[in-house]
Write a protein that binds this ligand. Structure first.
Ligand SMILES: Nc1nc2c(ncn2[C@@H]2O[C@H](COP(=O)(O)OP(=O)(O)OP(=O)(O)O)[C@@H](O)[C@H]2O)c(=O)[nH]1
Ligand SMILES: [Mg+2]
Length: 328
């Protein structure tokens, strides 16, 4: 039996194996993902983002606890940007969420952002699809809210939660990181700290000043103290209110389409680039081309046109001759 069939039968080890293969970008993983895709599209996806150390993992841990009591099954994807900010985030996440790791209803996967051609958001989508096919009711994606790719991941969740902390000047960072636009819900965590009220007011002003959203939703603000689990019930209620609003305003389909589009374009981009670069290795090397550009013996615009022409031509040839490299 292949990995996909085993995963659909509930084999957790097969799922872990496929996720490793996705990490290693093995062609076989692509094949299994194809088989799993028809079984995806059921899970509700929650994105949790915020600056390093704001308490995202602690919060996710408490959210999971409540969902589990409701009998829901959960997948967690913790994206670690391996940035200088968060050297040990993966280990930290494991420890903070460890008590769930012996629970059959919870599947945790950490993902490091190392050298993916299609960017971390592509592999995150793939991992989400595996968890979705596993039948998880809710999939929570934790990313640090710095960097285009990380913000983009959360942007494709059904409900995006942005976590802030009093006293760090977070509101400025949030605007800079483009998180204001994507937040469906704001959380002020570590709200026992001084400045929580002030931050709440500032966030409220920011929300009011922002251009009205197309979906008509006004992001609520919740104050939590994740270590003690305070305010987490209210937050979950906020998530379900947002979910209902998406359903009532018929925006859920639109969100799903956006997610699908981003994933699909990323896949296409990756494969095209791989294919073009692969052929280049067979002929003129990339390095030689770059040197030509540096020496101004060619220009990047003309070179791209030339490569595209040759690429299309060779594809047409291989279509007829059947010698082309295809992923089926
Ligand atoms: N005082 C206080 N500390 C908290 C609260 N919530 C979390 N913490 C602590 O904040 C630290 C960081 O928490 P994490 O949950 O790892 O934060 P994170 O946002 O996941 O961190 P990264 O994944 O590294 O970006 C830990 O030491 C937590 O115990 C809170 O409500 N109050
Ligand atoms: Mg974390």
């Amino acid at each position: 039996m292949g990995l996909a069939e085993r995963i659909l039968k509930g084999d957790v080890r097969a799922a872990a194996r496929l996720m490793r293969d996705i990490d290693d970008d093995l062609p076989d993983a692509w094949h299994e993902l194809k088989k799993l895709y028809p079984k995806t599209g059921r899970a509700y996806i929650i994105g949790v983002t915020g600056l390093p150390g704001s308490g995202k993992s602690t919060l996710v841990d408490k959210i999971v606890e409540i969902f589990r009591k409701e009998g829901k099954t959960i997948g967690i994807v913790a994206v670690d940007p391996t940035s200088p900010f968060t050297g040990g985030a993966i280990l930290g996440d494991r420890i903070r969420m460890q008590r769930h790791s012996t629970d059959d209803g919870v599947f945790i996967r950490s993902l490091a952002t190392r050298g993916y051609l299609g960017g971390i958001s592509r592999s995150t989508h793939d991992i989400i699809n595996v968890m979705d096919a596993m039948g998880k009711d809710i999939i929570i994606v934790e990313t640090v809210g710095v960097g285009q790719d990380e913000v983009e991941i959360v942007n494709t969740a059904h409900t995006s939660i942005v976590v802030t902390v009093p006293g760090l000047g977070d509101e400025v960072q949030i605007i800079k990181a483009g998180l204001l636009e994507i937040a469906d819900i704001f959380v002020i965590n570590k709200s026992e700290r001084e400045g929580a009220e002030k931050l709440e007011q500032e966030l409220r002003v920011m929300i009011e000043m922002a251009p009205p959203r197309q979906d008509g939703w006004t992001p609520p603000i919740f104050k939590t103290e994740a270590v003690l689990g305070k305010g987490v019930f209210e937050l979950i209620y906020g998530v379900s209110r947002h979910r209902n609003s998406l359903i009532e305003s018929k925006k859920l389909d639109g969100k799903n389409k956006l997610r699908t589009k981003k994933h699909f374009l990323k896949l296409l981009q990756t494969r095209l680039l791989e294919s073009v670069l692969g052929r280049m290795e067979e002929g003129e090397t990339l390095d030689k081309m770059l040197q030509q550009l540096v020496d101004r013996k060619g220009n990047p615009y003309g070179l791209v046109e030339k490569i595209m022409r040759e690429h299309l031509k060779s594809h047409l040839r291989s279509d007829h001759g059947g010698k082309g490299k295809t992923h089926s």
